[in-house]
Design a protein around this ligand. Structure first.
Ligand SMILES: [Zn+2]
Length: 191
């Protein structure tokens, strides 16, 4: 999937959580940092590609991506697996722990938002022909639908005319159907 679709998928995941889970009260800064963390998580698995959207958004990212590239030994391996999720999660927990001393933000919520973005990335990539090695290092790539021929090409026509618009419609549906939840959510910031 392209970075643009991953961004929208991460945003959709936030909306799904917001409309289906009872969230604890949070501050505006926690909400904003969490949204950012979710977008970062939504792109993070592609750190294994020097030209990915993730590195394009980081200063000197392409350079750093090239340096790190040999560590990953190819695209869509460890960073696109459950093992990768655990490693990303542990690193992020540590980084947020260090940052929590200076920021008045609920880092548990930020961590969950990051993980939700990560998981949305793997789910979206599972819809593509290449599939995702969820159980890396077991060298099997999983995808949905299971038959590869029915899956989509990254950046292809189906991603543009079916997947991306479907995500937009899903977000529209959520905003429309659960507007009261959104009103209550945003009301907590203006108390
Ligand atoms: Zn990916």
């Amino acid at each position: 999937m392209t970075g643009r679709t991953h961004d929208l998928a991460a945003f959709t995941a936030v909306n799904l959580i917001l409309t289906t889970q009872a969230l604890p009260p949070i501050s505006l800064s926690t909400a904003l940092v969490s949204l950012g963390a979710c977008f970062i998580g939504g792109l993070a698995p592609d750190i294994d590609t020097a030209t990915s959207s993730f590195w394009q958004k980081v200063p000197a990212g392409t350079f750093m991506g090239r340096i790190l590239h040999p560590l990953f030994r190819g695209h869509r391996l460890i960073s696109h697996s459950i093992l990768g999720l655990i490693i990303f999660g542990l690193i992020m927990k540590r980084l947020l722990g260090l940052a929590s001393a200076t920021l008045l933000v609920n880092m548990d919520i930020v961590w969950w938002a990051f993980m939700i973005g990560l998981i949305s990335h793997l789910i979206m990539d599972s819809l593509t022909q290449e599939g995702v090695p969820w159980l890396f290092p077991i060298p099997i790539r999983f995808g949905f639908p299971p038959l590869r021929a029915f899956r989509i090409n990254t950046g292809g026509l189906l991603e543009k005319i079916l997947i991306f618009p479907s995500l937009l419609i899903l977000n529209g549906y959520l905003f429309y159907s659960f507007y009261q939840i959104y009103i209550n959510f945003f009301r907590q910031f203006i108390r």
